[in-house]
Ligand binder design. Structure first.
Ligand SMILES: [Zn+2]
Length: 278
C-alpha cells in the first residue's frame, strides 16, 4: 500500500516538476531578449509561474473532459442521442437545497440523476428516499467525497461498497452509476465499477455553480449558450470546497427554471440517464 502511494506521489511530483522545468526553459529564451536584467528576471519568474500553472491546469482539464487513451467505459457525452441532454446533481442530499431542486424538477416534469455522497445519505435518508420516490435516478459519489487516485485500495473499495449499501438501504435502489469526486478516477475505480455492475459517468458541461460569484441567471445563460446535443450537465445540490456540505446552492436553484425553459425553447429534450445510455 505504501509503495503504491509512493509511486503515485512520485508520478505527480514528476509531472509538476516537469511542467515547471519546461515552462522555465521556454520563458528563459524569451527573457534573454529583455535587455534590463531586473525586468528580465521578473519576467522569468512570473512567466515560469504562469506557464507552469497553465500547463498543469490544461493537462488536468484534458484528463477530466477527455481522458488519455481509449475509454469506452467512461461516459461524458453522447451526441448520438440527438437534441437531448441529462441533468445531474452531485454531493447531496442536502437538507437545505435538495428539496427545492426536487420541487422545481417536479413542477417542470424534468428527470435528473443525483450522485450522492454516502455520509450525506446517512445524514438525510428521507431526502434520499424522496429523490427516488419522485422518479429520479441515483449514483454513487463515494462515502466521504474522497479523491480517488490518492486513496489506498482498501479505502477506495470500502468507500464505493459502503455508499452502494447505504443508498440501497435508504432508497431501495441499487445505484447503477458511479461518478468520482472532481472527475478524478484511475484504473482501480474503472475495474471496481465493472465488478460492481456500475457505469462510470462524468460530464461534458459544468454549470460551475461552485464558483463563489456564481449567479442563477449567468449560470443559465452560459449553459444555454454552450449546450450541444448529448451533453451531460453538472450541478451540485450540496458540497463545499473543504467539507462535504456547507456551500450556498441558491444560485443552482435560481438557475434551474430559466435553464429548463431555455433548453426546451431551443428544442432540447431533458431525458433520464437510463434513456440517454440506452
Ligand atoms: Zn462532488
Amino acid at each position: 500500500m505504501f509503495l503504491e502511494i509512493f509511486v503515485r506521489s512520485l508520478i505527480v511530483l514528476m509531472f509538476v516538476s516537469g511542467s515547471v522545468v519546461i515552462s522555465y526553459f521556454s520563458t528563459r529564451t524569451l527573457a534573454l531578449l529583455v535587455p534590463n536584467p531586473i525586468i528580465s528576471n521578473l519576467f522569468l519568474g512570473t512567466g515560469t509561474l504562469i506557464l507552469s500553472a497553465a500547463v498543469i491546469l490544461g493537462v488536468s482539464y484534458f484528463y477530466v473532459y477527455h481522458g488519455f487513451g481509449a475509454q469506452a467505459d467512461i461516459v461524458r457525452k453522447n451526441p448520438a442521442v440527438g437534441n437531448k441532454v441529462v441533468l445531474t446533481f452531485d454531493d447531496g442530499p442536502s437538507k437545505s437545497f435538495t428539496p427545492h431542486i426536487l420541487k422545481i424538477l417536479a413542477e417542470k416534469k424534468t428527470p435528473a440523476t443525483f450522485f450522492m455522497v454516502g455520509s450525506q445519505v446517512e445524514k438525510y435518508p428521507k431526502i434520499a428516499r424522496q429523490v427516488v420516490d419522485e422518479g429520479h435516478e441515483v449514483g454513487n459519489h463515494t462515502f466521504g467525497h474522497i479523491t480517488v487516485p490518492h486513496s489506498p485500495p482498501p479505502q477506495l473499495a470500502s468507500q464505493i461498497m459502503k455508499t452502494n449499501l447505504v443508498i440501497f438501504q435508504h432508497t431501495g435502489k441499487y445505484p447503477p452509476y458511479i461518478r468520482p469526486p472532481r472527475g478524478l478516477y484511475d484504473m482501480r475505480l474503472r475495474r471496481l465499477a465493472k465488478i460492481m455492475g456500475q457505469e462510470l459517468i462524468l460530464w461534458s458541461l459544468s454549470s460551475q455553480d461552485w464558483h463563489p460569484r456564481a449567479q442563477g441567471n449567468s449560470i443559465a445563460k452560459r449553459l444555454l449558450d454552450q449546450v450541444s446535443p448529448g451533453d451531460i450537465l453538472l450541478f451540485h445540490d450540496s458540497g463545499s470546497l473543504l467539507k462535504t456540505e456547507g456551500s450556498n446552492r441558491q444560485p443552482t436553484i435560481e438557475a434551474l427554471p430559466p435553464l429548463i425553459d431555455g433548453l426546451r425553447e431551443k428544442g432540447f429534450e431533458i431525458i433520464s440517464l437510463e434513456e440517454f445510455l440506452s
